[in-house]
Design a protein around this ligand. Structure first.
Ligand code: ADP
Length: 395
């Protein structure tokens, strides 16, 4: 059983082809600059690169090049499109209607369209990827896997905002949460690692990358998460601001004469690490600059630690009993220093990091044996989770 996993961004398209008999990645690729001059496809099979430079004016054109690359006689992976059994699509926002992965039909596409209102950058691109696959390989099952669905088990006390109730009723203004596929993967994997039934684990999943979020997982289900109506809420991220007093926004709009679209761009693309440091959105760049004495780079990292600790502490109290804190994402998996800053020195709370074990960059328990709460690095694998959900639905 071969499953193609597609992840469309506004001007990019990532793909992986899985052989699900043994859950191996046969090959993967990336198309960049879709709709912009200089579109480029890079495919990687067994470490060998194959690139295509061609005009790709939209996602359908890009998808056509992806299938051509997959079928390439020497550099490809398959000899016929019939070898692909199903296609799994990462979709940002499924709203309240789509609470689990689902085979795509007209209704599913309508819901994805409806939630363009809360995912204006991602949902249109996700939809274009789906429609391109439907047009280019008709008859194949396409499955949507939503970033929001893992979080749909949150109680209303976690997901409601303190606004007049009518805005929830009229527009579904509420916390949805994102990175759900990653939090779900980490949760399932942690249950295996702890050798406990899924519905008996209480954990805090900490996904720290360009975008960052935490989830409080109670009895294997999401109880709370840091991202909100959109991925903007919560931590200070690469280019996103995270939590703010909402008055800041009305003040800036008035003072600067800023329109909602420009405000959104500023909050999503020019804030966070980039906006604070004035230097870079990349955590490693900030660590290097901070080491050389750059005070604003240091401030951005200090703020990241401060915000992440607020959520960690809050979730520990919400869950009452916590089996494990699990780190994932580019920062969570690779930065021992950041993990040390976040969960080091918490012996008072029964949380004991082992400095030596913390040096890992792969899956490992990094807490001391007598720590009441285990600490783990659990590298995430969103693509595999999408392939698994797709397989479950089509087999
Ligand atoms: P995305 O959210 O786009 O998937 P990643 O999960 O790959 O991103 O995370 C990217 C972030 O991880 C960047 O800020 C990068 O600097 C950071 N990162 C990667 N390796 C390290 C490291 N060794 N130390 C600190 N940060 C790292």
């Amino acid at each position: 059983m071969k499953i193609l996993v597609i992840n469309c961004g506004s001007s990019s398209l990532k793909y992986q082809l899985f052989d699900m008999t043994n859950e191996t990645v046969l090959g993967k690729g990336l198309v960049e600059r879709i709709g912009i001059e200089g579109s480029l496809l890079t495919q990687n099979v067994n470490g060998e690169k194959y690139t295509v430079e061609a005009e790709m004016k939209d996602h359908k054109a890009a998808m056509k090049h992806v299938f051509d690359a997959l079928l390439h006689p020497e550099k490809g992976l398959i000899s016929s499109l019939d070898e692909i059994n199903a296609i799994g699509h990462r979709v940002l926002h499924g709203g309240e209607e789509l609470t689990d992965s689902i085979i795509i039909d007209e209704h599913v596409k309508d819901v994805i369209k409806e939630y363009i209102k809360f995912g204006p950058l991602h949902n249109p691109a996700n939809l274009m990827g789906i429609e391109a696959c439907e047009a280019l390989v008709p008859g194949k099952p396409n499955v949507a896997v939503f970033d929001t669905s893992f979080h749909q088990t949150m109680p209303a006390s976690s997901y409601m905002y303190g606004l007049p109730y009518e805005y929830y009723e009229k527009y579904r203004i509420r916390k949805f949460g994102f990175h759900g596929t990653s939090h779900k993967y980490i949760t399932r994997r942690t249950a295996e690692l702890l050798n406990k039934p899924l519905d008996e684990i209480n954990i805090i999943t900490v996904h720290l990358g360009n975008g960052s979020s935490l989830a409080a997982v109670k009895n294997g289900k999401c109880y709370d998460t840091s991202m909100g109506l959109t991925p903007l809420e919560g931590l200070v991220m690469g280019t996103r601001c995270g939590d703010l007093d909402p008055t800041v926004l009305t003040f800036i709009m008035e003072e600067e004469g800023m329109k909602p679209h420009d405000l959104n761009q500023m909050l999503n693309k020019k804030s966070g690490f980039l906006g604070i440091s004035g230097l870079s959105s990349d955590a490693r760049d900030l660590e290097n600059a901070a080491d050389e004495g750059n005070q604003r780079a240091k401030l951005a990292l200090d703020m990241f630690v401060n915000r992440t600790k607020r959520y960690l502490g809050g979730y520990l109290l919400e869950l009452k009993k916590v089996d494990a804190i699990c780190f994932a994402g580019g920062i969570g998996e690779n930065s021992a220093e950041m993990r040390e800053r976040l969960v080091g020195g918490l012996e008072f709370f029964g949380i004991k990091l082992d400095a030596e074990k913390n040096k890992t960059r792969s899956e490992a328990k990094i807490s001391a044996d007598d720590s009441k709460v285990q600490i783990w690095v659990v590298p995430t694998n969103e693509e595999l989770m999408i392939a698994r959900d797709t397989l479950d639905l089509v087999k």
